[in-house]
Ligand binder design. Structure first.
Ligand code: EUG
Length: 494
C-alpha cells in the first residue's frame, strides 16, 4: 500500500511503477461494496490508497453551487462541511453514504435527488496519466489568470474538442486526483411509497412509471422493490422468518409481510417529489391518479408509517443526507457478503418481464433469495439484484459466482448488459459488449496501450488488459471464478 498525500506523490508513484514494471491499483476510499472493495485484480500490485491523506475539500462555491474534491472526500465529510458552513446546498448521496464522492462518480454510481446521475453532475477533472503527466479536462485546460484555476472549470463540462472525461470513468486510463461536482440548491421535498398487491402487477407498474419519468413528473430516480425487502430492511435475519434452505417461499414472505406496516403486498414504489408545497401537492395528484389504474394500489406518506420503517431512510437519502441504513439487509444471513448484478433494462413492461423472469428462475436454481431493487428512469432502469451469501461457506460462494455467470450470459443472450460489475466478473461483462467483432474492446485496448505502454495502471480493471498481460491467462471468462474461491487466486501462475 502507498498513501500519497499530494498529486506530486501520485505522480512519483506512477513513475516508480513504470521504472520497475510493478502494477499499481488506485482506490479512493475502497468501499466499493458488492463490486470488489479494495482488491486489485493482479496479485502483487501496489494499492495506491488516495483516500487516507488526499481527503481535502478544495473548494465549495456557493454561487456556482459546486465543489472541488480530492478522492478521499466521503459523502459524510462533504455533507458535514456544507452544514458546518451553513450553505443552503444539497449533496447527492447513494444508498450508502460511506464512500468517496469522486470514486462513486467515476464508477458511474447513482443517487436519489434530482442530481442523482453522479457522472452527469461532475464538472472538470485533474488526472495523473499512466506516464506520470498531469492533465486537466474541460475548462480546466485553459489556464486561469496569473496561474489561478480556470474560473469556469466547475461551470461548463465539455469545453472545446473531444469530451475526454468519459474515458476516465470505469477505466484504467488515468488516476483522477481532483474532480468538480455540482451541488443542488435546497428545496422542499416529500417522500412517499405506493404499494401494489400482485407479483404480476410488475409490467403495469413499469408502464405507468415510463411516461411519468419521461415527462419529469417524477422528481428523482424512484426505487421499485419487492416486498421481501420489507422483511430485509427491518435488519432482522432471514432465520427470524424462515428456517428452511433455498429461497424463502412466496407464502412465507406473504405471511410475514402481512404483519408489517405496508402489509401483504407484492411491490413497493419509493418516490420523492420536490418543490414548494403547492407544486408537490399537484405532482402527487398526477402520480396518484396514474398509479390508481392498478387495482388495490395504496399510497403512504412517512407520517402514515412507524419511525422504524424504511421510508424514513428514503427521506434522508432523497434529500441528500448520507446514511448507512441500506446495509441492514446484510444481517439477512450469517457472515454476510454481497454481490450486485445490475442489468440495464428498457423501461418497458415486456422487456422488464424477460429479464425479471431470467433472474427469478436462476435465483431459484441456485437457491438464493431474490432481493430486487429497480432504479427506474424514463428510458431504462438499473435492475439491481443483491446476492447476499455467507462468506464463510465456500459452497455458497461458488453458487453465488455460478449464479452471476449464468445471469450475465442469459441476459446478454436477450440483449441486456450490466452497467457495472464486481472485479471478478469484469472480463465476462466486458466480453458481452462485443458488437462488431469486439470493436469496443479493441478500441479500449488501443487507448490503453497508447497511454500505458508498460501496463502498470490497474491491469484488468473493467476487463481492459494492457498488452503485457493480454491473452496470457489472466482473463476470467468462465468457471475459473468458482475455482479461484478456494483461495489460490487467479492468473497464469495459479
Ligand atoms: C444499489 C444501487 C446501485 C448499485 C448498487 C446498489 C442499491 C441497492 C443504482 O446502482 O450499483 C439498494
Amino acid at each position: 500500500m502507498v498513501y500519497p498525500g499530494t498529486v506530486q506523490e501520485v505522480q512519483a508513484t506512477v513513475r516508480w511503477a513504470n521504472k520497475h514494471l510493478i502494477p499499481i491499483y488506485p482506490i479512493s476510499m475502497g468501499r466499493n461494496v458488492g463490486y470488489g472493495g479494495t482488491a486489485p485484480r493482479v496479485p502483487g500490485s501496489v494499492v495506491v490508497d488516495l483516500g487516507r491523506r488526499m481527503n481535502r475539500i478544495l473548494d465549495i462555491d456557493p454561487e456556482n453551487a459546486s465543489c472541488l474534491l480530492e478522492p478521499g472526500v466521503s459523502y459524510f465529510a462533504l455533507y458535514e462541511e456544507i452544514q458546518r458552513r451553513g450553505i443552503p446546498l444539497w449533496i447527492d448521496t447513494p444508498d450508502v453514504g460511506g464512500g468517496s464522492v469522486l470514486g462513486n462518480a467515476i464508477d458511474r454510481g447513482v443517487g436519489y435527488t434530482p442530481y442523482g446521475d453522479h457522472f452527469a453532475n461532475h464538472c472538470g477533472m485533474e488526472i495523473v496519466l499512466p506516464s506520470g503527466e498531469l492533465l486537466r479536462t474541460g475548462m480546466g485546460a485553459l489556464p486561469g489568470k496569473d496561474g489561478a484555476d480556470n474560473p469556469t472549470w466547475q461551470s461548463f463540462q465539455p469545453a472545446y474538442g473531444p469530451y475526454t472525461d468519459g474515458i476516465f470513468s470505469q477505466s484504467n486510463f488515468g488516476i483522477v486526483v481532483r474532480m468538480g461536482m455540482w451541488l443542488m440548491p435546497e428545496v422542499g421535498h416529500q417522500s412517499y411509497l405506493i404499494t401494489f398487491p400482485r407479483d404480476d402487477d410488475f409490467s403495469d407498474i413499469v408502464e405507468i412509471i415510463r411516461p411519468l419519468a419521461q415527462q419529469r413528473v417524477l422528481g428523482n430516480i424512484p426505487q421499485l422493490r419487492h416486498v421481501i425487502q420489507e422483511l430485509a430492511t427491518t435488519a432482522r435475519p432471514r432465520s427470524d422468518f424462515y428456517s428452511g434452505t433455498g429461497p424463502m417461499p412466496r407464502e412465507v414472505i406473504r405471511e410475514h409481510a402481512a404483519g408489517l406496516p405496508v402489509g401483504d403486498v407484492a411491490w413497493v414504489f419509493y418516490g420523492t417529489q420536490y418543490g414548494d408545497p403547492g407544486s408537490i401537492s399537484k405532482q402527487l395528484d398526477m402520480i396518484k391518479a396514474a398509479f390508481s389504474r392498478i387495482p388495490g394500489s395504496r399510497f403512504f406518506l412517512p407520517s402514515d408509517l412507524p419511525e422504524s420503517h424504511y421510508l424514513h431512510s428514503r427521506v434522508s437519502v432523497c434529500s441528500g443526507v448520507p446514511i448507512l441504513r441500506e446495509l441492514d439487509w446484510l444481517n439477512w444471513v450469517p457472515n454476510a457478503a454481497h454481490l450486485f448484478f445490475n442489468p440495464i433494462v428498457p423501461t418497458r413492461g415486456w422487456d422488464a418481464r424477460i429479464v425479471h423472469d431470467i433472474i427469478v428462475r436462476l435465483h431459484a436454481k441456485y437457491g438464493f433469495d431474490l432481493l430486487p431493487t429497480l432504479c427506474v428512469a424514463g428510458r431504462e432502469m438499473h435492475y439491481i439484484v443483491n446476492i447476499v451469501y455467507d462468506r464463510s461457506s465456500v459452497g455458497e460462494k461458488r453458487r453465488a459466482a455460478a449464479l452471476m455467470r449464468e445471469m450475465i450470459a442469459e441476459a446478454a443472450a436477450e440483449g441486456f448488459g450490466e452497467y457495472r460489475t464486481h472485479i471478478l466478473f469484469a472480463d465476462m461483462v466486458a466480453g458481452t459488449y462485443n458488437w462488431g467483432d469486439n470493436a469496443l474492446m479493441r478500441f479500449n485496448e488501443t487507448i490503453k496501450d497508447a497511454l500505458d505502454p508498460n501496463g502498470i495502471l490497474a491491469p484488468g480493471r473493467n476487463g481492459i488488459w494492457p498488452r503485457r498481460f493480454r491473452g496470457k491467462g489472466w482473463e476470467i471468462r468462465g468457471r475459473e471464478v468458482e475455482e479461484a474461491l478456494d483461495g489460490k487466486g487467479i492468473g497464469p501462475a495459479s
